[in-house]
Design a protein. Structure first.
Length: 129
């Protein structure tokens, strides 16, 4: 299957970072958009998406947190993932124009959004190993 030590977790969620930083390579970003940009850059650098960049039922302007797992794929074609991450970035930016994500949430609300994002990652990690 996949070798967990080769997977890269890109996140701006402090709870995801804290939970997984000792178990796999975790890249911490400052924002949802920066997570998508770093993911795009890695996909262009021959990584494939192991998680969907817009997982969960939340729209890109509803939550400030996003975590994505990518995996080095070598010379295999990853055109589908390139198209997907570009579409996700486009969707994110379009939603920000319509109704930007609030800059600050109440701590309890932010914690809830972190929990949703963390649960997506918690559910995929066992499928990788």
């Amino acid at each position: 299957m996949w070798e967990i030590e080769k997977a890269v977790l890109i996140t701006n969620n402090p709870r995801v970072y804290e939970k997984y930083r000792d178990n796999l390579r975790v890249l911490s970003e400052d924002s949802y958009e920066q997570v998508l940009i770093r993911t795009r850059d890695m996909v262009y650098d021959r990584h494939v998406l192991l998680t969907h960049p817009q997982a969960s039922s939340l729209k890109p302007n509803q939550t400030p947190y996003r975590s994505v797992i990518v995996y080095p794929q070598g010379s295999n074609d990853n055109t589908d993932d390139i198209l997907l991450i570009e579409k996700c970035l486009e969707t994110y930016r379009r939603w920000q124009e319509i109704a930007p994500t609030p800059e600050h949430y109440d701590d309890r609300v932010a914690y809830d959004f972190q929990t949703i994002d963390l649960s997506v990652i918690d559910n995929i990690i066992p499928r990788i190993v």
